[in-house]
Design a protein around this ligand. Sequence first.
Ligand code: TXA
Ligand code: MG
Length: 322
Amino acid sequence: MTSTAVTPQSIQHAAELLHQGKLVAIPTETVYGLGADASNPDAVVKIFKAKGRPSDHPLIVHLAYASQMKDWAEPVPDVALKLAREFWPGPLTLILNKKAWVPMAVTGGQNTVALRVPDNPVALWLLRVFGGGIAAPSANRFGRISPTLAAHVAEELGDAVDCILDGGPCTVGLESTIIDLTDSQPTILRPGRITRSQLEEVLQMPVTLKSQHKIRAPGMLASHYAPNTPAFLCAAEALPTLLEQRQNQGQQVGVLTFSTKLSDLSCRHLLRLPDQAEAYEPALYSALRELDQLQLDSILVEQPPDSEEWMAVNDRLGKATL
Ligand code: TXA
Ligand code: MG
């Protein structure tokens, strides 16, 4: 399956495919999603098959408007309204108690549902034309790096998807922040571009951070977001020595850096990303894919700072490396 340019016709066609229970890959500002009609359990089952993902992993339901929250969740607490008003459309997913009718296939058998209004013009256009909710996980095979280009989706899923809408590169590039609002204490289940401080500021209350959540989620499997090539996180100071040791052993090594500390490092397979988290994020997954495709013996990844703005990157790198 090759990707399709976005036109009024292709959006109409994609909406029809969704109504027929078929799969459509959609661009969002975070990563590409593998979408199906969230109200159709048979369609949703196809997502799990195409990804090779266990069916107890819940999916995010994408909506065109925050006002649709009440169709999927009950109650819709004040905290959810506040966050939606501030951050939607945007890279924030809210976990709420689901309405009775919402298919268990979407929620992985749980009584909660994940909702998000994405900030991408193509996704919003399709959502408006389609009219309902689109259930979509990241459009990669289970355990692999999320796609940030239409070409990545084609590589990963091929003919398992009926249409791939090409919306260009994802501007955020890392999956959304997930916040659980089903308890009196809001809890971040997955860090993303929207930080804990931003959430606390809007809610005017403390938000906890759960590093491991009880639901079996992609984020808690060690192999998640991982390249095939063994990748290792290392401090900038240690990287040159580690590189030399491996090269002396005859290894082909890739390096992913960002800091000026390593600006004179010489290596054939070196990718340098921006040194600001907001610019690093949209480049990360493409860079990992690029290095992975070289079939090197290993990849050395420079460890980013341990600060809040780098939290989402550190979370994903922690899962992508050994
Ligand atoms: O940015 C994103 O969130 C992207 C784009 C496509 O929207 N989607 C994405 O989906 O990353 P996925 O399936 O790869 O990750 C969804 C995460 C999983 O960790 C899943 O466990 C969690 O959302 N999730 C979904 N429903 C949940 C629920 N009811 N309770 C707890 N976690 C839930
Ligand atoms: Mg995923």
